[in-house]
Design a protein around this ligand. Structure first.
Ligand code: PLP
Length: 386
């Protein structure tokens, strides 16, 4: 049986999500369209609204159920926010034709840039510091009265570094721009509030829910131009029959994940530190990407290291054969041999980036499993060197 240490790519289903799915299949309204007027349809709609309510409570602050729009996942939520908010603001106030995005965003945001340019927007990219953090001063240098939208992620999917979202949002608001954050990695994994942002993307499979459902939080009063044409579902902002079973499982998984992270955050931090310490002290050329002094500013349960002089792919495959599943950078770009855009934006030399490994886990991974993994990684690097 393999030890799964790739929770940042996708977190294994939580039992609560599986139970919510099983309960759905037994329900009298199973399979009914929540937009139908008959009794099963109305019951399905009630179940959907229940899931929306539970999820909104987990967004913290004053988030309301009516502020959540279900989507097919984090990618769709990001596209909808980045393109839809920019378009809506430009329609309202024509001079707003600049979109500001950080250099460390997930592809779901970054790859909106060509589409934004095609639509006539100028895009500006904000660089991170060498530890992968977007500072307010760097954002401020990109801001002016032409900015429609700023999109900066809550926590990075490769390094796990948490961004100063409240301050960044305040800087965007100061020039009249909207602020969106991709919170796909941060949601339920850290203390959290949607209060300071206008829009926020979340995804179920990062919290132990099913793949294929996510949501966009959209603050009341903020206008959004839909990307899809169709029925009037989700207030017309995201047409298409809603995924009721997915929403129920998403809500159940998110509740369980938030609870687990409240209880185990310190333990996860301690396990991450112990793992890095063991890897580094083995003295085989494994180094933390960002100095341990900044561990407080990282998502608990995300470890990012690089192996000097050895490509991550060969380490990864050997570990896989030994029963340990980890990742080199982000899963979405795992098939590409290009070095990580996040690490190169941080000023990391290419040869170090090529040796980068991400190890991500939650409370379901034991100390013993992590220790066995560390032994396997050290042994693997040692033998590759010889
Ligand atoms: N944003 C971030 C930060 C992610 O880590 C991911 C998943 O890899 C996504 C967006 C995309 O989410 P989904 O897989 O639900 O489309």
């Amino acid at each position: 049986m393999s030890v799964y240490l790739d929770h940042a790519a996708s977190s294994p289903p939580r039992p609560e999500a599986a139970e919510a799915l099983a309960a759905y299949t037994r329900a009298s309204y199973a399979g009914a369209n929540p937009n139908s007027l008959h009794t099963p349809g109305r019951e399905a709609a009630r179940a959907l609204e229940g899931a929306r309510k539970e999820l909104s409570k987990l967004l913290g602050g004053d988030a309301r159920p009516s502020e959540l729009i279900f989507t097919s996942g984090g990618t769709e939520a990001d596209n909808l926010a980045v393109i839809g908010l920019s378009e809506a603001l430009r329609m309202q106030r024509g001079i707003r034709d600049v979109v500001v995005i950080s250099a460390i965003e997930h592809e779901a945001v970054l790859k909106c840039i060509p589409e934004l340019r095609r639509r006539g927007f100028e895009t500006r990219i904000v660089p991170p510091t060498d530890r992968g953090v977007i500072e307010c001063a760097s954002l401020a240098a990109a801001l002016d009265e032409r900015c429609a939208l700023v999109s900066i992620m809550y926590a990075n999917n490769e390094t796990g570094m948490v961004q100063p979202i409240a301050d960044l949002a305040a800087a965007a608001h100061a020039v009249g721009a909207l602020f969106h954050t991709d919170a796909v990695q941060a949601f339920t994994r850290m203390p959290f509030s949607a209060d300071c942002v206008d829009a926020m993307s979340i995804s179920a499979h990062k919290v132990g829910g099913p793949v294929g459902i996510g949501a966009l939080y959209l603050k009341t009063g903020i206008r959004l131009q839909p990307l899809l044409q169709g029925g009037g579902q989700e207030r017309g902002l995201r047409p298409g029959t809603q995924n009721v079973s997915g929403a129920l499982a998403f809500a159940a998984a998110a509740q369980a994940s938030a609870h687990a992270h409240r209880v185990y955050a310190d333990a996860l931090r301690a396990r991450s530190s112990a793992l890095v310490e063991k890897l580094v002290s083995a003295d085989v050329g494994i180094h933390p990407t960002v100095d341990a002094a900044y561990d407080e500013g990282r998502l608990p349960g995300t470890v990012h290291v690089y192996v000097r002089g050895i490509e991550a792919g060969s380490v990864l495959l050997r570990l896989d054969a030994a029963g340990f599943a980890i990742s080199s950078g982000s899963a979405c770009s795992a098939s590409s041999r290009d070095s990580s855009h996040v690490l190169s934006a941080m000023g990391f030399p290419r040869e170090r980036s090529l040796g980068a490994l991400r190890i991500s886990f939650d409370e379901r991974v034991s100390d013993g499993e992590l220790s066995a993994f560390a032994d396997a990684l050290i042994g693997c690097v040692d033998s590759l060197r010889r």
